[in-house]
Design a protein around this ligand. Structure first.
Ligand code: ARG
Length: 579
């Protein structure tokens, strides 16, 4: 495995440099592969050793590199050591490399590959609370909520795979004036029957209608305010209507999230923190942090100089609390309930300032753990439309992805017979959405285009699924060879070596993604893997090869398939076995 070799090289280096292995490991990395090119397997960054004070930072770096390369002696594992530019290159004995890497993929497969690497030793594993999706009841579920859902799910999956305890939380927008409007207008525009049939859509329709009405009708506005006040006073009739709206929404969402392969441990929401928000105001007051403005609003000074040049409003002049006040209360409550070691919020970048203010206020209130709260911001998606128009509901996006994929599959000559084509189309369609979304830096905006994301060729989720299904079918057809012993010396062709070398990087790629919480490292790694697999299919046929060669090749494909499937699952993609 990658870690076996990394440790082996680190030990060798350690003896020469008189340093413990652990400090050398971070300077070692697997070399990214280029097709059709002989690569070393690992490289050591001499620049990094200088930066860390392991080598003197004065003097010519190239001379240092060459000296180190000659000092290090090759052996039966590390066959070749040479100086490159600013790096020392290491080449592992081919047979041993292949054997060690493919060994774990016997009969049972291996879903832990790469996850026990020593690279993760430095991670402070603990409890991570990830808050994501967080749509607003009766309002649109827009592309931003979809992004939050899949990004948050990825972060939670990744952390979980690396051994963290993960709490997945959905923080619903289930409080505020929209409930005043809904409550006041439901008797007029709503129907219990429609609410049961299609809750999300019906609540949204009613909300739009009441809003329109309220624009022209003063009485509707007054009624809405009145209803919201009843809610805030916890009057039972108002509360039970609100509760019904909320319950029915959560149920419906759970159903749609399931299609997406997403789940939550907790459905929290703004409504839960209404009372504590008042407490927060008290605490701010006692701590001398709450200032009253001329307009009668309550603010907290968040300017670096403390001169009120940047303030955050936490209290309206009519005594009601705001989004941020509830967020302060919610954060404190979560810390007390779940003892998280870190908390991650996933929303679009327009809320970056909101979260920075939130963390600052928490710190000012004497909560040092606010330093371990993190906002992961992402960019906007333009033009996510369905045949019927703008995206209003998550379900619309999923239906559209499924319908388009089903159509493409029916057009393709390679499509296999399958039991449930809808289900496959849905999974493949969703993976197309995810891969498109994860390919670049999360912070970037992008233009959405169904045709592009659903292409079967090129770097898409469809390509990942297709590669996986093709591997599965090859392995199915050669079931009896899977798990047989294999002879690594029969895998010395360039196309199998590049795959194995590429697999060497898997733990590093996960590590990178865990550091900056960006899925692009993993996505691009898997896409590259699929390209390498495609060449291997051409160059390393199983059918018609002598049995031992076929056995060895199946082992290679089984290893690639297992890593591909594992990586896809971390991204939140359910790999299909046939398509
Ligand atoms: N419901 C909010 C929205 O749709 C997102 C909530 C984000 N999380 C939070 N703790 N403020 O914009």
């Amino acid at each position: 495995m990658a870690c076996f070799f990394r440790r082996r090289i680190a030990a060798k280096l350690g003896r020469t440099l008189q340093q413990p292995e652990e400090v050398l490991i971070p300077a070692l990395s697997a070399v990214p592969v280029f097709k059709k090119q002989q690569n070393p397997d690992f490289k050591l960054s001499v620049g990094l050793l200088r930066m860390n004070g392991i080598l003197p930072s004065s003097g010519d770096i190239q001379q240092q590199t060459e000296k180190l390369a000659t000092q290090l002696k090759q052996d039966s594992v590390v066959e070749n050591i040479s100086a490159g530019s600013g790096v020392v290159n290491f080449r592992i004995n081919r047979k041993l490399l292949i054997q060690k890497l493919l060994e774990p993929f016997g009969k049972e497969g291996n879903d832990k590959f790469g996850l026990n690497s020593e690279l993760f030793n430095s991670l402070k594993r603990g409890t991570t609370l990830v808050e994501y999706s967080s749509p607003n009841i009766a309002k649109k579920f827009h592309a931003g909520h979809l992004r939050s859902t899949i990004i948050g799910n990825f972060i939670a999956n990744l952390k979980q795979a690396l051994g963290y305890d993960v709490i997945r939380m959905n923080y619903l927008g289930d409080w505020g004036m929209q409930f005043g409007l809904l409550g006041a207008g439901f008797s007029q525009f709503g129907s219990q029957e429609k609410l049961k049939q299609n809750p999300l859509q019906h609540l949204f329709e009613v909300y739009v209608q009441v809003n329109k009405e309220a624009e022209q009708n003063e009485n509707m506005r007054l009624a809405a305010r009145d209803f919201f006040r009843q809610l805030e006073r916890r009057e039972s009739e108002a509360v039970s209507l609100w509760q019904q709206f909320r319950e029915i929404t959560v149920e419906e969402y759970q159903h749609v999230y399931k299609r997406l392969g997403v789940h939550f441990d907790i459905y929290s929401g703004e409504s839960f923190h209404q009372d504590r928000a008042q407490e927060v105001l008290q605490q701010l007051q006692t701590g001398g942090l709450l200032k009253t403005t001329e307009k009668g609003t309550g603010v907290v000074d968040v300017s670096p100089a403390g001169d009120m040049s940047n303030v955050c409003t936490v209290l309206r002049s009519d005594g009601t609390t705001l989004y941020i006040t509830r967020d302060i209360a919610a954060a404190i409550d979560r810390k007390e309930k779940y003892y998280f070691d870190e908390m991650i919020y996933v929303t679009d970048k327009s809320q970056a300032n909101h979260f920075q203010q939130l963390f600052q206020i928490l710190l000012k209130m004497g909560h040092p753990w606010a330093d371990r709260c993190l906002h992961v911001p992402f960019g906007l998606v333009q033009g996510m439309k369905t045949r019927t128009g703008d995206v209003v509901f998550l379900e619309d996006v999923l239906d559209e992805a499924r319908a388009r994929m089903l159509h493409n599959m029916s057009q393709s000559k390679t499509t296999k017979e399958m039991d449930n084509p809808e289900d496959t189309a849905e999974k493949v369609g969703i993976s197309a959405l995810i891969v498109q979304d994860f390919k670049g830096p999360l912070f970037s905006d992008y233009k959405f285009d169904w045709d592009r994301i659903l292409q079967a060729q090129g770097d898409t989720g469809v390509f990942l699924q297709y590669s996986h299904a093709r591997l599965c079918s090859l392995i199915r057809r050669n079931e009896e060879l899977k798990g047989a012993t294999f002879d690594p010396s029969l895998l010395l062709e360039q196309s199998s070596i590049t795959i194995v070398q590429h697999l060497l990087r898997y733990d590093e790629v996960l590590y990178q993604s865990a550091q900056d919480l960006q899925p692009k490292h993993l996505v691009n790694f898997l896409l590259k893997l699929c390209h390498l697999i495609a060449s291997a299919h051409r160059e390393l046929p199983v059918k018609g090869s002598p049995e031992e060669v076929a056995q060895a090749r199946i082992r290679l494909f089984a290893g690639a398939c297992s890593v591909l499937a594992g990586g896809m699952r971390i991204l939140g993609i359910i790999p299909v076995e046939k398509m």
